[in-house]
Design a binder for this molecule. Sequence first.
Ligand SMILES: Nc1nc2c(c(=O)[nH]1)N[C@H]1C(S)=C(S)[C@@H](COP(=O)(O)O)O[C@H]1N2
Ligand SMILES: [Mo]
Length: 334
Amino acid sequence: MLIKKPGSSHIKEHEVTDESIYRGRRQILKSMGFVGASALLASPHSQAISWFGKDDDEVFVTSPLSFNSVDKYKSDEKLTPEAKVTTHNNFYEFGTGKSDPAAKAQGFKVDPWTLQIGGLVEKPLTLGYEDLTTRFPLEERIYRLRCVEAWSMVIPWIGFPLASILSEVKPLSSAKYVAFETLEDKEQMPGQRSRFVGGGVDYPYVEGLRLDEAAHPLTLMSVGLYGKTLPPQNGAPIRLVVPWKYGFKSIKSIVKITLTDREPPTSWNRLIPAEYGFYANVNPKVDHPRWSQARERRITTGGLLSRNRIETKMFNGYDEVAPLYKGMDLRRYY
Ligand SMILES: Nc1nc2c(c(=O)[nH]1)N[C@H]1C(S)=C(S)[C@@H](COP(=O)(O)O)O[C@H]1N2
Ligand SMILES: [Mo]
């Protein structure tokens, strides 16, 4: 649902284009407290609504979150502006165009929500909407996310490690992989109604990780970005972020997590196996059959600078994951 912005005197989100300004605003929000910050927004539903600059008089529904900023995951890199993060998306359930999700996912119902964690575990767990932001301590982590289409963003995610869930459900020794599933809802997701709108993907969208990848401390369950709950187009109310893998592994709007003993199917691998493998580690040395993966376009200001091309780094620069793949031929396991 798009909410009309109450007045014209407010700061426009798309004017917030770099980290220093973002930090400045965060400081203001913090010093005022959330209620005060909401009052600043002068909205009739001030507690629950924030504003995002889709355009001048439309905003997405989000809520402020409380979280800790973790030193290890701060960054000197220029952040991708919030207005870009929330309008340039891949979420084929809402269409294959980059602007489709922001346009078509508004009104997506995230409350109530049920996330079930089961399979080869000692203690299956079901989380409801409130649990997603209250059960595990939330952290802010600035991660790069690189799409297989050779663009990348730097995003201040909020979430908790997937490892927190795993240690609670206690995987059985037979568990070797973790399978993820997005909501299936043809009513709400036009891409699931038609092969054309949905890009031919088999729905529900599914993804998978090896258990050691899933348990790696970098692997994040994200519930927010830029200080607030996720807007629908970014995968509300909860999505995965695996920063050393191509973006398609970071599955959105998750309803099911299943521990298994065999490699789970993944949507893109099913659709075009020669182009998209199970591992999908960011790797500048292994080209996509139709284009090079050596460089990427870092999306920053949205102006001419956004065409900046930079070299893609192995594992997207997250070298600490290299031991997970020791001895593996990453050309074969792409
Ligand atoms: N359910 C679902 N999850 C998805 C996708 C999708 O189409 N459906 N697209 C993936 C791709 S290709 C990318 S690059 C990232 C984009 O995340 P962002 O829009 O938050 O930047 O989401 C991933 N997760
Ligand atoms: Mo992607």
